[in-house]
Design a protein around this ligand. Structure first.
Ligand code: SF4
Ligand code: SF4
Length: 427
């Protein structure tokens, strides 16, 4: 994706015609064996949405075959050789509804036996729709305005970012001052503004304090990382937020960042380096795992005599290969029995909120979070552990939607389960 803050000669962005895909993306369409493994693991498809990832690949191949300039391009196996399309526009065959149904969970890419990348094609087409045609679900407009005007998709007053820390021994630093702590705790928008996730921030801060970690937060100096903007095609907004955050963090001399949000983690760690942001970024699941292993976080008295199931976050798991750390954190409590949902690890089922789906209505088919919550409840767990603010919101809503309240099955981030056990041991 070009640097939109620098370039001034860009005529179009994203993909609307097949020739705008890279040669690798087009070669993918020829490599597809039509095995359907991508479709079998797609949460959108499983819940009755119009998206079928295999069809995204095959339809792209069909348009290429029907309109290719140089002739001799055969259609993908199984496609109708006589197919006719009026133009090489991808939207001749691929509908907007298909593209907006994607949660960007990456299960399709992860499970494809020939390494076809489907998600990047979907994002390229979303980018075109949003930036070139202003064609996006109306509900996204509110999140875009929030990120633009208040630096958070909730569109709440960014000056209140640190309110969750009132009364706690947490230092809020000024983004104009040099940073003289070991770690910056990047709280994220959900951890700052969403009621459920503010409890995660409190629990995480308490755990860091107990372990004697030298950290501070940015409070109002922190802006949304722009993950939802990028996943919904608003690349311009993403790069604008990235530029502001990178300038602030580099100006302060920050070197190490802890974050509880896998979306912030993925953006800060994997995407900001392209724009000059290079720091050591660690997710709180990994950091807590280290603190326990090093003996800095003493859990020797903490017990949880309960059955716990961990719900894999797509952006921690498939996007960043972190599967064991959150399980190890919970598993280090005495008395815990860890159980697994049928779909776990690389095949874990999305909560339904990724890819900016958090901000869109879900009106077609059944709800992804209902289906996933049912599966988690069926494990017979007393607690469900999450390690992502969006997963926490979606799974908690899903479980309560099934009529199950906190006193029966408690859904919470790993940090809350940990602090529950530690504080019970303190009493
Ligand atoms: S990323 Fe997930 S939701 Fe999107 S097409 Fe692939 S499997 Fe389906
Ligand atoms: S998993 Fe890969 S090879 Fe199989 S249908 Fe999907 S894209 Fe094609």
């Amino acid at each position: 994706v070009p640097d939109l803050m620098e370039a001034d000669d860009i005529e179009t962005i994203g993909v609307s015609v097949v020739s705008e895909f890279t040669w690798k993306q087009l070669l993918d369409t020829d490599a597809c064996t039509m095995c359907g493994r991508c479709t079998a693991v797609c949460p959108a498809h499983a819940t009755g949405k119009p998206l079928d990832p295999r069809e995204i690949v095959l339809k792209t191949g069909e348009i290429m075959a029907a309109t290719g300039e140089h002739g001799g391009v055969t259609p993908p196996i199984g496609a109708d050789a006589e197919i006719t399309v009026a133009a090489d526009s991808v939207f001749e065959r691929i509908t907007h509804e298909e593209l907006w149904a994607c949660t960007t969970c990456k299960a399709c890419d992860e499970n494809c036996p020939v390494n076809i990348e489907i998600l990047d094609k979907i994002l390229d087409m979303r980018r075109y729709l949003t930036l070139m045609e202003s064609e996006f679900p109306a509900e996204l407009g509110g999140a875009f305005r929030g990120m633009e005007n208040n630096a958070n998709p909730w569109n709440l007053n960014n000056g209140e970012r640190a309110d969750w820390a009132d009364g706690l021994d947490v230092e809020v630093v000024n983004a104009d001052d040099p940073f003289d702590h070991e770690y910056l705790y990047w709280v994220g928008c959900a951890g700052s503004f969403d009621d459920k996730n503010r409890r995660v921030s409190v629990a995480t801060a308490k755990l860091l304090r107990r372990a004697g970690v030298d950290f501070a937060i940015l409070g109002p100096g922190e802006n949304c990382t722009g993950d939802s903007a990028r996943r919904s095609g608003n690349e311009y907004l993403f790069q604008m937020l990235a530029a502001e955050n990178i300038a602030a963090l580099n100006g302060m001399g920050v070197r190490k960042i802890i974050t509880q949000c896998p979306h912030c983690f993925n953006t800060l760690r994997n995407e900001y380096p392209q724009y000059g942001g290079n720091w050591e970024v660690i997710h709180h699941a990994q950091f807590l795992e280290q603190l326990v292993a090093d003996g800095r976080l003493d859990l020797s008295e903490a017990r949880l005599d309960e059955r716990v199931v961990y719900h894999d976050s797509c952006y921690l798991g498939r996007h960043n290969d972190v599967y064991l750390a959150p399980r190890n954190v919970i598993g280090s409590l005495g008395g815990v029995e860890i159980v697994e949902a049928p779909r776990n690890g690389t095949k874990g089922m999305c909560c339904g909120a990724g890819g900016a789906r958090m901000w869109m209505e879900e009106t077609i088919g059944t709800k992804v979070n209902d289906e996933r919550s049912r599966e988690l409840l069926d494990t017979g767990a007393d607690r469900i552990a999450t390690a992502c603010p969006f997963c926490f919101i979606m799974i908690d809503d899903g479980v309560k939607g099934h009529g199950v309240e906190d006193d029966e099955v408690k859904v919470a981030d790993i940090s809350i389960h940990l602090i529950d056990a530690l504080e019970a041991a303190d009493d």
